[in-house]
Design a protein around this ligand. Structure first.
Ligand SMILES: [Zn+2]
Length: 119
């Protein structure tokens, strides 16, 4: 049983490490929607001069569907060294997570308010 579980990697998706992916966090300038975008190291990144990588992407958020165009330069360790973006801005992972947590907390408060508790 333990063997099968291990074989299929069942039950613990949080321990999965995505070695093939690089993640970017973008906020739409039009509606403020935040998007987490995965770039596949093998398929999405192009080699650039100097041993780094380049990533060209058109991102579409799920709220206003406006196109966010970006070109990102990465070093050999897949760290962003520079970027151009139109229609949005980059967030750090920390900013993204903090904003998502704040949005979730606000939603919880709104739902709690709907249930009752008028002052
Ligand atoms: Zn948007």
């Amino acid at each position: 049983m333990g063997f099968l579980k291990k074989l299929f990697g069942g039950g613990e998706p949080k321990k999965y490490v995505d070695k093939q992916g690089v993640y970017f966090y973008v906020e739409c300038a039009n509606c403020g929607a935040r998007v987490r975008v995965r770039a596949d190291k093998q398929h999405d990144l192009q080699n650039s001069e100097g041993g780094g990588y380049e990533w060209h992407k058109t991102i579409v958020d799920s709220r206003c569907f406006r196109r966010i165009q970006t070109v990102v330069q990465l070093d050999a360790n897949y760290q962003m060294t520079s970027h151009e973006i139109s229609g949005g801005r980059f967030l750090t992972e920390d900013e993204y997570l903090a904003a998502e947590a704040a949005a979730a907390a606000a939603k919880t408060r709104a739902e709690a308010a709907e249930v009752g508790e008028t002052e």
